[in-house]
Ligand binder design. Structure first.
Ligand code: ZN
Length: 133
């Protein structure tokens, strides 16, 4: 399930994580990057799943509605998306621009908006508020 934000309330940098999350949602206009829907609750999808080595950083996260996030699961993004009914080239281009912009920001500043929100050394395996399904 996608209850990413719950665990964040318990950690000291919770506010930073909330801002980090809110900023990503705002940058996407609060819409799902896969289907374009704007449900009340959006999850943050790891473009490259964590278990495939994907990091919890701006360049690897995008808002997804819960059904899309669930459907994608741990699938490889592009092969999943291009075969799905929600494939849309306009949104794909938007995602590519997002990746380029996020990569540029990552190079310019060591810490993204809200600092380094989720990389706690030695915390592997602990509850990650932004984790995938
Ligand atoms: Zn969706």
């Amino acid at each position: 399930m996608d209850h990413q934000i719950v665990g964040a309330e318990l950690v000291p940098r919770a506010e930073g994580k909330r801002r980090f999350r809110r900023q990503i949602l705002a940058d996407w206009g609060h819409s799902c990057y896969l289907c374009g829907g704007s449900p009340e609750h959006l999850t943050l999808d790891h473009l490259v799943p964590r278990r495939a080595g994907g990091e919890t950083c701006r360049s690897n996260l995008a808002p997804a509605c819960a059904p899309c996030n669930r459907r994608k699961g741990c699938s490889e993004l592009w092969s999943h998306w291009t075969r799905s009914e929600h494939w849309n080239q306009g949104r794909a281009l938007r995602l590519i621009r997002w990746l380029l912009a996020a990569a540029t920001v990552a190079e310019d500043t060591a810490a993204g908006p809200g600092g380094e929100p989720t990389r706690d050394p030695g915390a592997a395996g602990s509850a990650d508020p932004l984790s995938d399904v």
